[in-house]
Write a protein that binds this ligand. Sequence first.
Ligand code: LYS
Length: 255
Amino acid sequence: MKRFTVIAAAALALWTAAGVQARPFEAIQKEGTLRLATEGYYAPFAHFEGKQLTGFEVELAQMMAAKMGVKYEWKTISFDALLTGLQQDRWDLVISSHGITPEREKAVTFTQPHYCSGAIVMSLDPAIRSAKDLAGKTVSVQTGTTYMQYMEKNLPGIKRLVNFPTNEAARNALLSKRVDAWVTERFIAKELQQKNPNAQLKQGELLLVERIAAAVAKDNKSLADAWNKAFKEALADGSYAKLSQKYFHEDIRCP
Ligand code: LYS
């Protein structure tokens, strides 16, 4: 009995060390359904309208699945848990506005970028518009983002960086004046400024620019290739441009 327990424990350790195998595209095709994951609280990229998950990235991924000839299913989970789920084979592909960074590239394989964007300073105070204006101020930001990492590293003068599990919560902290500034994605900032009757709410400086891509498990090349082929088709046949116009009234593809 004791011996059996030891062998079982060793087998489990070995299995864990080997990691869980991601499904190559051929296996997904055979089974028929692409398992997609996103955060779901990031309008207009991926958010709920009632019970329905929708948004630019949601519709784009569904378009890719159609072009790849597979069905799809969605899982939604907090932003900072998405990439780890790929390693555990909980889903095949994550699309959740991840910027491509060397650090993330060590853990996952990114597809071709599906839009280019950056981080913007937003504030109700006309004196807070640039990176240097953030010195001595409190700033809200979403947890686990490149924006947070950038400020921690490059803007040590910030009095307090207050991080929130969703970007919406970080935005609310600014709107309810619990912080002096909020750092967010530039198309979200643009839309909020356009829709907001509060003339004080203004976009400030662009802090960083990044290429945004979907991610698959590290080295799942067949899946990345299938996605990239479908994405190329969408760029060429006008379906990407149409979707981008629908959500942003401009084409947000990378130059
Ligand atoms: N693009 C930023 C990043 O890569 C923000 C993503 C926020 C997603 N809700 O971290």
